[in-house]
Design a protein around this ligand. Structure first.
Ligand SMILES: Nc1ncnc2c1ncn2[C@@H]1O[C@H](COP(=O)(O)OP(=O)(O)OP(=O)(O)O)[C@@H](O)[C@H]1O
Ligand SMILES: [Mg+2]
Length: 316
């Protein structure tokens, strides 16, 4: 969180219903200024609806929020929208107009002061100056996504909501968008990023929240890992131990062990402290060690573990 104090976005027990359907409920979190905040969740979890609510496109049905330091209320819509931007799931560009004409059109709709400068800066930011006179319909998906990002940057937002910005992009175009996000973060823009790409969230985000109608978990990827998984060592041996319990049972550092593919998983409180003892005991028992490493759980493991729990709960 930045030293200027005020968080960029605060949601307090925020909720949105469409009739009987609950899109999201009781959602509370804070996003610090300049933070890249990841918003993950399965299809239908309520991510886009949360973005649309915080972006003042639809009104919440419960709870409260502050966006860019302004209370989320109908009368503050214009003020909030002047400080934020949303890049929606589909770019929403006029295919028959050129890149420049699209940006001129949106700059006009937003009644921007100094539109010419803002358009030049936005094009510069997404590295599209030399494509300004191309028709949007003739651009590749990745380039169109960049134009959409330029559109979102026109008002020089303090908070930028990106709804699945890399969905459907190839690895090269994805990396370009990631680099752009990195550049925006350097400039201090707060970024609220919804994504299905867990490696994207892991790479780009300071913190992530996992939503499945209600907020399931929030934190730094590393903290979430430690919260959900016990730490463990993975040991791979050339041959199985004749009597693993005799070896592992004698080690005070182990809290338990299981057979795994090609070796064993050892539950430990402190992998670094335990590893040398484990190695010595295995060598003394005549085992050939192929590898001994701390188990690494990806954000994907965390996500699947949580979503699995939800499926189990709803099946009960
Ligand atoms: N305008 C609407 N009217 C009625 N129901 C809606 C409306 N918008 C969204 N919903 C419902 O709210 C729930 C959450 O939808 P939302 O689009 O926010 O999910 P999402 O997490 O963005 O999903 P995805 O990953 O598929 O984009 C869904 O059940 C959806 O059908
Ligand atoms: Mg969505």
């Amino acid at each position: 969180m930045s030293s200027t104090g005020q968080p960029a976005v605060v949601a307090d027990r925020l909720g949105k219903r469409f009739g009987d359907r609950v899109a999201f409920d009781e959602v509370s979190f804070e996003v610090g200024q300049g933070e890249v905040f990841g918003f993950l969740g399965p299809n239908g979890a309520g991510k886009t609806t949360t973005v649309r609510t915080l972006g003042t496109l639809i009104a919440p049905t419960s709870g409260s929020a502050r966006v860019a330091g302004i209370e989320l209320r109908p009368e503050n819509g214009t003020a909030i929208r002047s400080r934020i931007s949303i890049m929606p799931e589909s770019p929403g560009l006029y295919q028959r107009l050129t890149v420049m004409e699209n940006l001129q059109c949106f700059a006009g709709l937003n009644e921007l002061a100094h539109p010419r400068e803002r358009i030049a800066q936005a094009l510069e930011a997404v590295n599209l100056r030399d494509r300004a006179s191309d028709r949007c319909g003739a651009l590749s998906k990745g380039l169109r996504q960049r134009v959409a990002l330029a559109r979102a940057l026109l008002n020089d937002p303090a908070v930028l909501f990106l709804d699945e910005p890399t969905s459907g992009l190839d690895p090269v175009a994805t990396r370009e968008v990631h680099e752009l996000i990195g550049e925006l973060r350097q400039r201090g823009v707060t970024i609220f990023l919804t994504t299905h790409r867990l490696e994207e969230a892991e790479r780009l985000c300071d913190r992530v929240a996992i939503l499945n109608t209600t907020l399931r978990l929030i934190g730094r990827p590393q903290e979430l890992r430690e919260q959900l998984f016990n730490r463990s060592l993975e040991v791979r041996l050339r041959n199985p131990l004749p009597d693993p319990q005799a070896v592992f049972g004698a080690l005070a550092e182990l809290e338990g062990w299981q057979v795994a593919t090609g070796g064993y998983t050892l539950n430990v409180a402190d992998p670094e402290a335990a590893a040398p003892h484990v190695a010595r005991a295995l060598v003394a028992a005549g085992a050939d060690i192929l590898s001994l490493t701390e188990a690494h759980h990806s954000l994907e493991d965390i996500y699947l573990e949580l979503i699995d729990e939800d499926v189990e709960v709803s099946a009960r």
